[in-house]
Design a protein around this ligand. Structure first.
Ligand code: PHE
Ligand code: FE
Length: 288
């Protein structure tokens, strides 16, 4: 994951690209147990909710051998499948560092894991979110190409000062994306599959809007980082997502500027409505 701000160089002990050793042998038994608890809870919930690409990736990587996986071991399978690798970083890294890793087909993952007393609460992405959530999708060749292209696009957007728009695309696809399969709505976003409560909410709850994916519509929609989403965008296929982003975004950014942002919970005239949300969850929250 990336953090905003000026890259003043890596912290002590990290390499110039901000990577560190995972230090796998330093994890305690209690830390491994947190992984196993989270893994088993999600593995039971996700069949019928997560998309095939995710579930196939989870199988291919075998992330349930004995606690927190050793990145070296994951990388043997992952690199063979799509040329991607997982690298350990101390925490959030600056945007340019993050994008450079993606462009090089490297996914930066935090090494720390949440405590057993806060299984559902996360201030910063941990190794469960980063590895369980993100890495299975990187075994899919189409999604693997999308993530690399995103990294290249991120470096360009950063240079143009348009990162706020591009970050929304990441949010509503890589983190909170849904996919329409022949069997029904399925999850592919890492922020959802790594969250027990949102894996249920995103698919079953009547509160959020679920709208057909439209690139410029998504880039005009702000998002919230501290609660369930009020809108999810649904792609018809991973290939359609990749195809939509192959175009040069240079002419798109001024159009977004011109058109302005869309309120999070709004449904607009051109939207493809998959389910129109009641917004009951967000309203109840706002009412306290
Ligand atoms: N095509 C985009 C650009 O020209 C780059 C990009 C690719 C962005 C894939 C996001 C996802 O900026
Ligand atoms: Fe993430």
């Amino acid at each position: 994951m990336s953090a905003d701000g000026f890259n003043s160089g890596p912290p002590p002990g990290a390499a110039v690209d901000w990577t560190v050793d995972q230090g796998w042998s330093d994890y305690t038994a209690a830390e491994h147990q947190v992984w196993t608890t989270l893994y088993e809870r999600q593995a039971q919930l996700l069949p019928g909710r997560a998309c095939d690409a995710f579930l196939n990736g989870l199988d291919a990587l075998d992330l349930h051998r004995g606690g927190i996986p050793d990145f070296t071991r994951i990388n043997e399978d992952l690199h063979r499948l799509t040329g991607w690798r997982v690298v350990a970083v101390p925490g959030l890294v600056p945007d340019d560092v993050f994008f450079q890793h993606l462009a090089n087909r490297q996914f930066p993952a935090g090494r720390f894991i949440r405590g057993a007393e806060q299984l559902d609460y996360l201030q910063e992405p941990d190794v469960f979110h980063d590895v369980f959530g993100h890495v299975p999708m990187l075994t899919n060749p189409t999604f693997a190409d999308y993530m690399q292209a995103y990294g290249e696009g991120g470096l360009k957007a950063l240079g143009r000062g348009q990162l706020h728009n591009l970050a929304r695309l990441y949010w509503y696809t890589v983190e909170f994306g849904l996919l329409q399969s022949s069997q029904g709505l399925r999850i592919y976003g890492a922020g959802i599959v790594s969250s027990h409560a949102e894996s249920i909410f995103a698919i079953d709850d009547p509160s959020p809007n679920r709208l057909g994916f439209d690139l410029e519509r998504v880039m005009r929609t702000p998002y919230r980082i501290d609660d369930f989403q009020q809108v999810y965008f649904v792609i018809p296929s991973l290939q359609a997502l990749l195809d939509a982003t192959l175009q040069d975004f240079a002419p798109i950014y001024p159009r977004l500027e011109q058109a302005g942002d869309i309120p999070i919970a709004a449904v607009e005239p051109g939207d493809e409505i998959i389910t129109r949300g009641a917004q009951t969850y967000a309203e109840a929250k706002a009412a306290g």
